[in-house]
Design a protein around this ligand. Structure first.
Ligand SMILES: [Zn+2]
Length: 429
């Protein structure tokens, strides 16, 4: 039994001794406990909830009523678990009223995802990044990017309203380390940004009354989006690799996201692997991303190949590269044949340092998982020091939306933490 549940029951039975503030905090904590339990384990009866959380049956009934008033849970089927005694009606998460929103700013595209409390993606959009002109060394002008980002968010907020969804928060996935206190991007070398107060700028454009906005690094959000799939198989230590112009990692260790003390964890694209190598946008030489970044694939295409155009949606660029590869384009075949070895040069370092149980290939690596996963797996297996150090390699199942989906999921955490944030449903006639 958790201590908060015990304290709640105590407060329920001796309310005269509980201060109003303490009682409100306790109520919020126990609503969160129940909602998180249903979120993690699925629908169950009040009696089962009482047994599993340690809350009394009376408290569970009251709390479930409070959650239902806010459209967070609903009554479902009669529980059938082969228990003795009267079966209870199951309580489920209600996916119809509350959602989270994720926005990804990427060097190639700007994506927005709307996801409801049940985990269903209600809407997504993806548009090419404004200001991209194929010269990836340049700085992306801030205003057009932020204007378009705000416009895309507004469209999605209107969509949420049309679907009857209250949006708990907006989480922005940034392609670089984040200053969490200042809601700023510390730097995004592939956009040419440094110290950009993204939170403030977007809030100013969204105007008053928008849902709370937070920032997180794109690879970290992608790792959070992939984590539940692996956690269901008992995997709690993973590294998610984004394959884009740059390469970043989202690290989950022991089930928890690793940010590092100042948010710089996972800047793996700049691990120096070749002191005599080509110079990187970061100013160093021979960084991992100069060996495996998306540009190394684009560079083998003809100068006028449409896949090189950043004005084309990323999905179409990837589709074009796939077609060329399937048509037997020789230089592309050579590139994809060499890529696993270059991937393993960096991934091997990560395996040695972090001892993850899984590596998930995302971004363009994920789009070509059928060509990359097996050779990367074999090469990592071949350098194993001990069988217990084996890491499982897989392609991301979330595609290019991973960071935006992770952002939407993190936005929903606000309401899982404090269910009282969700407004009560209008009373029905
Ligand atoms: Zn670098």
């Amino acid at each position: 039994m958790c201590s908060c549940a015990a304290a709640y029951d105590e407060a329920m039975t001796s309310q005269s001794s509980a201060s109003p503030v303490g009682h409100a905090a306790m109520r919020s904590a126990n609503l969160s406990l129940l909602l998180r339990h249903l979120h993690a384990h699925g629908g169950r009866s009040r009696a089962t909830l009482s047994q599993e959380t340690g809350l009394s049956k009376a408290a569970v009934t009251t709390l479930v009523g409070d959650l239902a008033e806010r459209g967070l849970v609903q009554e479902g089927e009669v529980e059938r678990r082969g228990r003795v005694g009267r079966p209870g009606t199951e309580v489920h998460l209600d996916p119809r009223h509350v959602a989270g929103l994720g926005l990804e700013l990427n060097v190639d595209y700007l994506a927005v995802s709307l996801r409801d409390l049940g985990g269903t993606v209600r809407a997504t959009t993806s548009v090419p990044m404004p200001g991209a002109d194929g010269d990836h060394g340049r700085t992306y002008p801030l205003d057009p990017v932020l204007d378009l980002a705000a416009a895309q968010v507004r469209v999605m907020l209107a969509e949420a309203e049309a679907q009857g969804l209250w949006v708990a928060g907006i989480t922005v996935a940034a392609p670089g380390p984040v200053d969490y206190e200042g809601a700023a991007v510390r730097f995004a070398s592939n956009l040419g940004w440094e110290g950009v107060p993204l939170g403030e700028e977007l809030e100013a454009r969204l105007g008053p009354d928008h849902p709370p906005l937070a920032l997180e690094n794109d690879a970290k959000l992608s790792a959070l989006a992939e984590a539940p799939r692996l956690a269901r198989r008992g995997i709690h230590d993973l590294v998610y690799l984004t394959g884009d112009l740059g390469v970043g990692a989202g690290i989950i260790a022991g089930g928890r996201l690793v940010r590092g003390w100042s948010g710089f964890s996972g800047e793996v694209g700049h691990i120096g692997l070749d002191p005599a190598g080509v110079s990187c946008r970061c100013g160093r030489r021979g960084c991992w991303e100069t060996l495996v970044g998306f540009e190394t694939v684009l560079d083998v295409l003809a100068d006028d190949d449409p896949a090189r155009s950043p004005h084309l949606p990323m999905q179409e660029r990837l589709r074009r590269i796939r077609e060329l590869h399937e048509a037997g384009e020789e230089r592309l075949a050579e590139r994809f044949a060499a890529l696993p070895e270059d991937l393993v040069r960096g991934a091997g370092v990560l395996v040695d340092v972090l001892n993850p149980q899984a590596i998930v290939l995302g971004g363009y690596f994920g789009a070509f998982a059928d060509l990359l996963v097996q050779p990367v797996q074999e090469a990592l297996d071949a350098r194993l020091l001990d069988a217990d150090g084996r890491v499982e390699v897989s392609g991301s199942t979330l595609g290019l939306d991973a960071a935006a989906l992770g952002g939407a999921a993190v936005s929903l955490e606000r309401v899982l933490d404090d269910p009282l944030l969700a407004p009560p449903l209008p009373t029905r006639a």
